[in-house]
Write a protein of this length. Structure first.
Length: 139
């Protein structure tokens, strides 16, 4: 079920909104950590098998998923279609939350550039109503 949802997102590869630079920066940091992990594994004479990077990371897919998550209600509601995935998410989230500083889970302030983009988007839509809604159907 979750796989089908991911395939639908992947299939919708039509040109969309511009790339969000904040999101791109986060994924670049993640790729850098992944690369350093691979280097460390090689330095230690490969104690762990190297992952298939094309399976592990698909840039178009993760950016589109990020856009969908930002437009949807929540990650929990997206994962509700697959109980195993939701349970894994909750387990990983609680493990992360217990070790991370509490301020990481506070709502983030919006940057000036992001506020400008949001104002332009609202002006182009011609409405000031809340645009956040669930954009997917749960099967």
């Amino acid at each position: 079920m979750l796989y089908e949802e991911l395939q639908q997102v992947k299939a919708a590869m039509r040109p969309g909104p511009r790339l969000d630079l904040d999101t791109a920066h986060v994924f670049c940091q993640w790729q850098s950590c992944l690369q350093m992990g691979l280097y460390l594994n090689q330095l230690l004479s490969t104690p762990l098998p190297e992952p298939n990077l094309t399976w592990l990371y698909n840039g178009n897919l993760v950016h589109r998923l990020c856009q969908q998550l930002l437009a949807s209600c929540s990650a929990e509601s997206l994962l509700s279609i697959c109980p195993e995935a939701r349970q894994l998410y909750e387990h990983l989230f609680s493990a992360t939350r217990s070790y991370a500083p509490a301020e990481l889970f506070l709502p983030k302030a919006t940057s000036k550039s992001k506020k400008r983009r949001q104002k332009k988007k609202i002006a182009s839509l011609g409405t000031t109503s809340d645009t956040k809604h669930c954009s997917y159907a749960i099967k």
